[in-house]
Design a protein around this ligand. Structure first.
Ligand SMILES: NC(=O)c1ccc[n+]([C@@H]2O[C@H](COP(=O)([O-])OP(=O)(O)OC[C@H]3O[C@@H](n4cnc5c(N)ncnc54)[C@H](OP(=O)(O)O)[C@@H]3O)[C@@H](O)[C@H]2O)c1
Length: 266
């Protein structure tokens, strides 16, 4: 599969690494374009892919064009590529940019919109994606194999779900990282050596997620199993509930969702 990457930053590189690692594309079939010349040279040498200083040149002959630039650079890229696309599929991971915005900006209606997350860097991501009506089954399969190289992928029919996923799984790693930071701080506060507190916390987070997946039990069921009446866990959970933990998480996710919709121009 011939893929052009417009933007080779954190996510662009994660995708290049993923597609090469999974054999979705060969190095000679990948072209990257980035305004940061040093970055481009690092990618080209590191992965043996082609580099182009021009976005227009990069998309020539490609089957899929991945848009992996920041939202503030999207307009400039679309202006540059407007009317240049032929039969390529444009796969955008740009947060908040609707398919309508991209189709209009490019004057091209073959668009896939995806929301990956940062664990994609190690092939452990989760991506939610959708496609415009004009995208063929074959092109959907190409998008699926690219996104599948980043971890799990879930196709949705309704673009609305992309904004929801943005607030849950797209921004989600940051919420979990904040919880990890807070747990490490708390462990150090009550006397665990800070140098090794991270290991204690990370194994707890990883093990708990795996426990839920492996047993298939509801988190609430597993939580109740470890919460003895009058015990330590109950004491801690009481503090969290009293402090409005659930409501706070809800407010955070709703705020991210509203922001995603505003960025998308609704
Ligand atoms: N990080 C996440 O968790 C995450 C999750 C889901 C989706 N996304 C989306 O993924 C996209 C990329 O994010 P990122 O974190 O990979 O960003 P990033 O690291 O800033 O990478 C974007 C790259 O594109 C380059 N660029 C800027 N203008 C360009 C242009 N006109 N033509 C070609 N390249 C250009 C940038 O160069 P300069 O640095 O010199 O500007 C940079 O190297 C964003 O739209 C973001 O919303 C990110």
């Amino acid at each position: 599969m011939k893929i052009a990457f417009i933007g080779g930053g954190i996510m662009g590189e994660a995708m290049i690494k993923g597609v090469l690692g999974q054999g979705v594309a060969r190095p000679q079939d990948i072209t990257a374009s980035d305004v940061d010349r040093e970055r481009l040279s690092t990618l080209s040498h590191g992965y043996g892919i082609k580099a182009s200083a021009s976005n227009r040149e990069a998309i020539e002959g490609s089957e899929v064009v991945v848009l992996a630039i920041k939202p503030q650079n999207l307009k400039q890229v679309m202006d540059d590529l407007q009317g240049q696309a032929k039969e390529q599929l444009f796969l955008s991971i740009v947060a908040g940019a609707s398919m309508a915005t991209i189709s209009k900006g490019l004057e091209h209606n073959l668009v896939v919109r995806a929301m990956p997350n940062t664990p994609a860097q190690i092939g452990e991501g989760i991506t939610v994606w959708t496609a415009s009506d004009e995208v063929s089954q074959g092109q959907k399969e190409m998008a699926q194999s690219i996104l599948g190289a980043l971890g799990r992928e879930i196709y949705v029919n309704d673009e609305e779900y992309i904004d929801i996923a943005t607030a849950v799984s797209g921004s989600g790693p940051a919420y979990i990282l904040l919880i990890i930071e807070a747990l490490v701080d708390a462990a150090a506060h009550i006397g665990w050596p800070r140098e090794t507190a991270m290991e204690l916390v990370l194994e707890t987070v990883l093990g708990t997620a795996r426990l839920v997946k492996t047993t298939g039990k509801q988190p609430a069921v597993l939580r109740k199993m470890v919460t003895s009446p009058g015990g330590t866990t109950e004491e801690a959970l009481h503090q969290l509930e009293e402090g409005g933990f659930r409501d706070l998480i809800d407010r955070a996710v709703v705020a991210a969702y509203e922001k995603a919709k505003i960025l998308g121009g609704e």
